[in-house]
Design a protein around this ligand. Structure first.
Ligand SMILES: NC(=O)c1ccc[n+]([C@@H]2O[C@H](COP(=O)([O-])OP(=O)(O)OC[C@H]3O[C@@H](n4cnc5c(N)ncnc54)[C@H](OP(=O)(O)O)[C@@H]3O)[C@@H](O)[C@H]2O)c1
Length: 274
């Protein structure tokens, strides 16, 4: 399955391999004076990135659009980062056993080549992690700090001081980047001050909104699976107030991953000015 080739549709047509596809985007060359920030989603044709979890409650990535080929590309994006963004909500779901594993994927034998890629590029074994949360209401799983990675927490002026001190003792530094919520630009500037140049959002639509609203999201990677899900409630790729200015993200590359037995196919798109 991982071996099947893809058709590149834009900017020119070609047959390309899946493995190495997004490594070839060579994101580490794109940071300039400001960090390079990118996000990734897998969505249905009707724009759903999360649907109700009928067993455990809340929302989750629809299992009928999650797939190994998209997951491989998710990992190729993650491996290139200095820092991965996650959220308080993710850690609550992780503790409840209902989150997709993003904290320990580097133990996964499917991705040993990606581990080697980081070593060859002189990078730490895995990217550092930043948790964005207003509430600071999440348990800290062991997997968060395993492997010697640095964990940062970014919150806003609503966070309670005793909880901040508790997390600092337990996990790592807690930063405040906004009054009523974390603001995208302040967040990115703070992270730049900590030496991070390549920042990947593995988080959801509120973080995407936070980054877009402040004009700090450079690229969106969007996988669109040829399947319609319907249903409500659901999440799409951006959630929050109407953006003061619509944000243009021109198409950079588009690949067609053909239908196969039991799977309707998907498009891997990459959008952004940089
Ligand atoms: N299909 C996909 O590709 C995909 C990708 C990512 C996520 N998802 C799904 O999307 C849903 C939501 O994901 P998510 O919770 O990771 O992301 P999110 O909706 O972007 O973020 C939600 C949480 O992050 C914190 N947060 C977000 N913006 C903030 C801000 N400006 N200031 C302070 N805190 C902020 C809050 O944490 P606190 O509540 O702790 O304050 C909030 O509950 C989940 O169901 C997930 O499975 C799907």
């Amino acid at each position: 399955m991982i071996d099947a080739a893809l058709t590149q549709l834009f900017p020119h047509s070609a047959t390309v391999a899946l493995a190495g596809l997004y490594l070839a985007h060579d994101l580490r060359r794109l940071a300039g004076a400001q960090p390079f920030v990118y996000a990734n989603f897998v969505a249905s044709l009707d724009g759903r990135i999360a649907v109700p979890d009928m067993v455990k409650g809340g929302l989750k990535v629809p299992m009928n659009i999650a797939n190994a080929r998209d997951w491989r590309l998710f990992q190729e994006l993650a491996i290139q980062a200095d820092l991965i963004i996650t959220t308080g909500r993710y850690l609550r779901d992780y503790a409840a056993g209902k989150a997709q594993e993003i904290l320990r994927v580097y133990d996964d034998p499917r991705f040993t080549d990606l581990k080697a890629w980081r070593t060859a590029h002189g990078l730490t074994p895995q990217p550092d992690l930043v948790v964005i949360s207003s509430s600071l209401d999440f348990p800290v799983p062991d997997a968060l700090t395993q492997g010697g990675r640095r964990v940062l927490i970014v919150t806003d002026g609503r966070a309670a001081a005793p909880r901040i001190r508790e997390l600092e003792a337990q996990v790592g530094q807690v930063f405040v980047a906004g009054n009523s919520q974390v603001e995208g630009r302040r967040f990115v500037e703070l992270m730049a001050g900590q030496g991070y140049r390549i920042i990947y959002s593995a988080a959801g639509p509120k973080i995407a909104h936070m980054l877009l609203a402040d004009g700090v999201l450079d690229r969106l990677y969007l996988t669109q699976v040829s399947r319609v899900l319907g249903g409500a409630p659901f999440s799409s790729i951006v959630e929050g107030p109407l953006l003061a200015r619509a944000i243009d993200l021109p198409l950079r590359t588009l690949y067609y991953d053909a239908a196969s037995e039991g799977f309707p196919g998907q498009l891997f798109g990459c959008y952004g000015k940089k």
